[in-house]
Design a protein around this ligand. Structure first.
Ligand SMILES: Nc1nc2c(ncn2[C@@H]2O[C@H](COP(=O)(O)OP(=O)(O)OP(=O)(O)O)[C@@H](O)[C@H]2O)c(=O)[nH]1
Ligand SMILES: [Mg+2]
Length: 233
């Protein structure tokens, strides 16, 4: 089956891309191994099927990134809030990989592992999930020092728009597209993916109205053979 739209997660190794996808798709946080090549999940969103691509952050797989981004309707640029270099890498190394994405590609900037720095992220966003830790009262900093702040993510979002030659008034506001998440507790993970999916739907509808799309046919995609996991939901 051909997916109707494609969403790609990019970011340095160890920031938690695979963990975010597992949390969203499988509703749990489990041990991960560093991704080799890439892997995809298929998510049904209303009548549409969206492919969610996990990519490898390791330098040796860098060349594959632009291939995974080809025809992407949305790219989720992920960093680790406890690691300044991980957001620097998004601009230096990963942004250029999105040249192959759709012209109207949606961008989200995501700071993961916020459970390490902020006590409020120890609470999952959804009622049906319980954190493994006891939430502290109020939202106070934890012992781990935060290296990236919300303003840094907003500044990156604005640089992305400049790079893509997009006008701020034609795209979703930076405040709406910068997220902080915890794959460990589930904090804001559903909110992230669901916001992105909702934004991708108009693109899907447009493509469907235009006729045959340029979306990659997963059945013919050789890279899928190398995946850690390729599951359909
Ligand atoms: N505390 C905490 N740890 C996390 C979180 N997300 C991921 N981790 C841990 O960070 C490490 C890396 O997670 P992965 O999901 O494998 O990272 P990745 O971005 O997929 O890495 P590559 O596949 O190498 O590109 C693992 O030890 C995870 O358990 C989080 O939200 N909080
Ligand atoms: Mg991974």
């Amino acid at each position: 089956m051909k997916p109707d739209g494609k969403v790609v997660l990019l970011g340095d190794m160890n920031v938690g891309k695979t963990s975010l996808l597992h949390r969203y798709m499988e509703r749990r946080f489990q041990g991960t191994v560093s991704t080799v090549g890439g892997a995809f999940f298929l998510k049904q969103w209303g009548p549409h099927h969206i492919s969610l691509w996990d990519t490898a952050g390791r330098e040796q797989f860098h060349g594959l990134g632009s291939m995974y981004c080809r025809g992407a309707a949305a790219v989720i640029l992920t960093y680790d809030v406890t690691n300044l270099q991980s957001i620097v890498e998004l601009e230096d190394r990963f942004l250029a990989l999105t040249d192959t994405a759709n012209a109207d590609c949606i961008f989200a900037v995501v700071g993961n592992k916020v459970d390490l720095t902020d006590s409020c992220a120890l609470l999952p966003e959804a009622e049906d999930e319980r954190p493994s830790e006891k939430p502290a009262s109020g939202c106070v900093p934890t012992k781990v020092k935060r290296q990236v702040h919300a303003d840094d993510a907003i500044a990156l979002y604005k640089k992305i728009l400049k790079y893509r030659m997009l006008d701020e008034k034609d795209v979703p506001a930076a405040e709406k597209m910068c997220f902080e998440t915890s794959a460990k507790t589930g904090y804001m993970v559903d909110h992230l993916f669901e916001t992105v999916f909702d934004m991708v739907v108009p693109t899907i509808l447009e493509q469907k109205a235009e006729g045959p799309s340029q979306i990659v046919d997963l059945n013919n995609c050789k890279t899928a053979k190398n995946t850690q996991r390729s599951c359909c939901r």
